[in-house]
Write a protein that binds this ligand. Structure first.
Ligand SMILES: [Zn+2]
Length: 228
């Protein structure tokens, strides 16, 4: 990714993107656990307080591992697709057994029962970071609406709606990254998604009366978060 400087209002950047508290650190958004090496250059960073910066990392690790295990149908490190996840599973036995114990086999199919609260907490955090980075909108609170789902669970029409370009009826804030992307198309695919790393992570952010962030991880998990 190319770096896009923030020419807009910098006031929102004084506060933690996630809790709105005093900021002391910066956090990659998305966290690198969702990406493979070589990492894209100039990953988005947002201001974060020390507590938020560290408190989410276990949940992010959990989600990254969960997705890889679901896709592989196993928690076996030798059989999951991502080397980074394989390393985590080899090292963190508690995490692997937790994932293992969330498996049920229904008619020969391996089903993982996710810890919904943790998954939602991670997606909320990611969406908050994207809203601040792209739109200069501080949404350091629970979304008014958030849904997380496997893309495979969407009907054909739902999938079309979800994939649709996020069209701004009003122009983004002058100087915001969203505005600059609109002018340059930087890091955007033809449908308006911002691709952090192909097949790994992409997102879209818009402010059309309300703030909406959409996220796709591993082309498997989708999320829509909205703030009024
Ligand atoms: Zn915080």
């Amino acid at each position: 990714m190319d770096q896009i400087s923030n020419f807009g209002d910098l006031r929102t950047l004084k506060y933690c993107a996630f809790c709105g508290g005093e900021t002391g650190t910066r956090d990659h958004c998305p966290s690198r656990v969702f990406l493979d090496q070589p990492f894209p250059e100039n990953l988005p960073v947002v201001p974060a307080c020390v507590e938020c910066n560290s408190s989410f990392s276990k949940d992010e690790e959990y989600l990254a591992c969960l997705i890889s295990c679901v896709l592989a149908g196993t928690t076996d490190p030798d059989r999951v697709g991502r080397e980074k996840v394989a390393k985590i599973l080899r090292r963190k036995h508690a995490l692997r057994s937790k994932l293992e114990s969330s498996i049920t086999v229904i008619e020969g199919n391996i089903i993982f029962e996710p810890e919904h609260d943790r998954v939602k907490a991670v997606l909320t955090k990611l969406a908050q970071g994207h809203a601040l980075f792209e739109l200069h909108e501080s949404v350091a609170r629970e979304p008014d609406d958030i849904s997380v789902f496997p893309l495979l669970s969407l009907t054909e029409q739902q999938r079309i709606d979800f994939d649709q370009p996020v069209t701004a009826e009003v122009w983004p804030e002058i100087g915001s990254r969203a505005m600059q992307r609109m002018l340059t198309g930087q890091d955007m695919d033809p449908t308006g998604w911002i691709v952090v790393q192909p097949n790994m992570y992409r997102y879209a952010a818009s402010a059309v009366g309300y703030i909406e962030v959409r996220i796709i991880i591993n082309e498997y998990v989708g999320c829509v978060a909205q703030w009024e």
